[in-house]
Structure formats: C-alpha cells, structure tokens
Design a protein around this ligand. Structure first.
Ligand code: BES
Ligand code: MN
Ligand code: MN
Length: 460
C-alpha cells in the first residue's frame, strides 16, 4: 500500500490540474443549449479512463446522454467492484452570485478549508469526486496493486433523473455484473468526524397548477370578487405542513420506517452542533418535525418543500393584474418504506381534495426515486469504514444522508449488489448553489481511501 500512497503523493498536483480540465467543461444536463459540452465531457472522461489503464473503454450511446464505461478484469475468481459517478452538473444560475465564473476553476483557502478548495460548478458534485476514483485506479495500476476487478460506469443524466441509465443497466446486467458498487457522490459529517453514508432518502417531485379565471383580469375591476390563484395556491401549500411540522397529506406516514431507539442513539452520537448549523446558513432559528433532532429531520424522516412558485406579473415595475394561473414545484424526500409512486399518488389525491371548488388544479409528476439503506453489518460498510479510518486517522461513524441517488436502489434490484456511499464532500461545499467548491484535503483523502477500500474489500 505504501507504494500506492507514494504514487498519489508524487502526482497530487497533476491530479488537480487534470480535474481542472474537466471542470472547464459546462456539462449541464438540464439545459439542451449545453448538449455539445455534455458530449465533450463524456469523451474527456473516456480519455482519462483509458490513460488511467482501463480496458474496453466505451462511450455508450443512449436515448439521452452517453454512459462512459471502462473495466480492468484481472481474474474472474476475484471480486468485482463497480464504480459509479456522474459527469453532468447542475445549471450554475444565479450567475451573478458567483465570485468567479462557474466553469473557470480556481483554488482559494476558506475557514473550513485552510489547505484550499477548488471552486467550480461540479467540483464536489460530482466531477471532483468521481475523478478521485480514476486517479486512485491509475495509482493502483501504475504500482501493480489493484487487488480485484473493477468496472466504471459514469453517466451524464444524474441531475435530471438518470432515465437512460435505468434502461442501460437493465440491458447490460452481464456487462455490469459485480459484487459491490462504490460511489463517491455524498458528503462526510465533517473533516474532524468522517463518516460513511449508510442511507439516502428517496424523492417524489411534482409540479402543480392552479387555474382561476379563464384569462388574466384587471385587479381593480375584478379584485376582491374572484379567487386569485396565487392566493389559493399559497394557502394550499402552507396547509401541507401543520404547526408541529407534520405533513398533512392523508396516509403520508403510513409506510414510514420506525427507526429503533438504539439506531437513533447511535446516529445522534454525531455531534449535532445547532449553533454552527444555524450560523453556517445565516439563520437565528431552525424548525421541523416535533420530536426529532435536526440530524434526524434531515435523514430518517420524510419531508416536503416547495422549490419554486410563480404566476402573474414578475417583471419590472408594477402591473395591476389577477393572473389566470399560478404554479409551484414541490419535492418530497422519502424514507424506507415509502415509494415515489405511492407518495405522488397520495399527494395528488390530497391536493385535489383540498382545492376550493372555484379553481381547477393539475398535478404533474416529475422524476422520483427510491430511498436506500446500507446496513452497517455488511462487509461493504466495514471495508469503507476501515479504509477511511486509516486515511483520516480517526474513528469513522455511519451517517444517513438526506440527499437522493435513486440509482442505488435500482442497482440493488437489478444487479443484486449493495452500494457503498463513500463520499468525501462537506455539507458546506455549496453543491447545486453558487460558489460550489471541494476541499483539496477532501480530494486527497478520497484518493487515498479508495485503494484502501479495494484492499480491504478484496481480502474480506
Ligand atoms: N450527489 C447528489 C446527492 C447527494 C448529495 C446525496 C450530498 C447525499 C449528499 C446528487 O447529485 C443529487 O443532487 N441528487 C438529487 C436527486 C436527483 C434525482 C436529481 C437530489 O438529491 O436532489
Ligand atoms: Mn451528485
Ligand atoms: Mn447533484
């Protein structure tokens, strides 16, 4: 192992320089205007895989963006680890809130990252993280220390729902067959308290529309006598959560997993520092479901949030108008054993039920995903915990995250393999937000942990 770690150390500057090249590509999957950039990014990823020593590297076409595949099969008797990541990124807007342009990476020190952090869209989610795997693989290949078979699958549609990947996995179960899946697309609790992610929430996402009058109306001539769809929609959304932080949708909690007291005690060992939490996001108070800590509210409990709301006049100056329609986007984070189909259905019925009779409502479901849990009594978890403990020199705890990576549940269903979520970001990395960044310390700890994981897993 020493030679692998030495190789990583000797090449650390080049690893960052190469990552910068990937970060310069605006691979925004949500915006068709960036199609060329997404395709270019897939080719670059394939090039790095090849240069790292992977065989049979392919840029596989799909109905959407390509999936980059590569492998190193040493011996069919050895276990196989499938590494998954995504090379697409979220749109960078609002652009004016970035200190420097989102696709011109640079390094700067921050309070949390005294060694410096890489600033760019995708730095932590997920280019900086999947790139650690390519570099760790290169280090194992160059030092002849790869202890088992490895396959890479890097997709370009994660941020828009992984539609093509689902079909690809179903059609390529043989090609993707593996014993475990390794993913770095999550975060650790802190650099002082590293963690292995043992859970992800599921997702149900809907768009709603409320229609009042059949056209926009003069607010002087009609105001006060007709339902204003913006008012109606606001009241309906506000009513979805009660004063105790409970979601009011009929049957919403029917299938929610009851987490055992022991597990709650175990997870609350992670020091939930409310002052730091509030300060980091500029709040003087938090809120949420009664009876649960912030840590629990953001991991083992389901939640509902309005992500956007619009309607009527939002341009310069004033226009006196009652709009015909108002809209909102709403996300619900799910926990075992809720399913996106069940929750979308319950939401739709409830939203139609609470609508006043003088408006029309429409609910359109978007992509969703299942929650995922990796039990801590698995060899996958133990191999990751031990690897990170060696790399960080600290005890590593399990950590259930609030985010979603729907493909993990699908991998388990279709490939029958468990996903280990060995991510190295921090919640303060501002993923999906302006000034996204990834700590250099985290980047290097990740690259060091990966060969250790392979060694632990292969010998377990
Ligand atoms: N990498 C994130 C998910 C994540 C981040 C999980 C940090 C845990 C910790 C992923 O790229 C993402 O953004 N997922 C989306 C869902 C997807 C279906 C668009 C999410 O969680 O909102
Ligand atoms: Mn991600
Ligand atoms: Mn993301």
């Amino acid at each position: 192992m020493k030679e692998t770690l030495d190789y990583i150390h000797e090449n650390k500057q080049r690893f960052v320089d190469e990552l910068f090249q990937l970060l310069k590509i605006a691979s925004i999957s949500a915006d068709p205007a960036y199609k060329g950039e997404v395709l270019k990014c897939a080719d670059e990823v394939a090039k790095y895989l090849k240069d790292g020593g992977a065989d049979n590297v392919e840029v596989c076409e799909t109905k959407g963006y390509p999936i980059v595949y590569g492998e190193k099969l040493l011996d069919p008797k050895l276990p196989t680890v499938l590494v998954y990541g995504h090379y697409d990124v979220q749109p960078p807007d609002p652009l004016e809130l970035w200190t420097k342009p989102p696709f011109e990476p640079y390094i700067e020190k921050t309070e949390i990252h005294p060694e410096g952090a890489i600033f760019a869209r995708g730095a932590a989610d997920d280019k900086g993280q999947f790139f650690m795997h390519i570099k760790a693989f290169e280090a194992m290949m160059k030092t002849n220390t790869l202890p088992c078979n490895v396959k890479f699958i890097l997709e370009g549609e994660e941020e828009v729902g992984s539609k093509s990947l689902e079909d690809f996995v179903k059609e390529n179960t043989e090609k993707l067959s593996c014993d475990a899946i390794l993913i770095s697309d999550t975060h650790i609790y802190s650099n002082e308290q590293p963690t292995v992610t043992t859970g992800l929430r599921g997702l149900s996402y809907v768009e709603v529309e409320v229609e009042g009058p059949n056209r926009d109306l003069h607010s002087g001539l009609y105001g006060g006598a007709v339902p204003n769809p913006i008012h109606v929609l606001s009241r309906m959304i506000a009513g979805l959560i009660d004063e105790n932080g409970h979601i009011t949708i009929d049957g919403f909690y029917d299938n929610v997993e009851t987490v055992a007291d022991e597990e709650r005690a175990e997870m609350n060992k992670l020091k939930d520092d409310p002052e730091h939490f509030k300060k980091s996001i500029g709040l003087n108070g938090v809120e949420g479901e009664q009876g649960y800590t912030t840590l629990e509210r953001t991991s083992i409990r389901p939640t509902l949030d309005c992500n956007g709301i619009w309607g009527g006049y939002t341009g310069e100056g004033a226009k006196t108008v009652i709009p015909s329609k108002a809209f909102a986007k709403i996300s619900m984070r799910l926990v075992p054993y809720q399913t996106p189909e069940e929750i979308t259905d319950k939401f739709t019925k409830y939203f139609e039920k609470i609508a006043p009779t003088n408006v029309k409502v429409k609910v359109t479901p978007h992509h969703g995903g299942m929650p995922y849990v990796l039990p801590s009594d698995t060899k996958e978890f133990r191999a990751a915990k031990k690897a990170m403990e060696t790399a960080f020199g600290k005890e590593v705890l399990p950590y259930r995250s609030g985010g979603s990576i729907p493909i993990t549940a699908m991998f388990e269903e279709i490939l029958g393999a468990k996903s280990v979520l060995m991510g190295f970001g921090l919640d303060s990395d501002a993923i999906h937000s302006p000034n996204e960044h990834y700590g250099l310390y985290n980047f290097y700890k990740g690259i060091e942990s990966i060969p250790l994981f392979f060694a632990n897993y292969a010998s377990s």
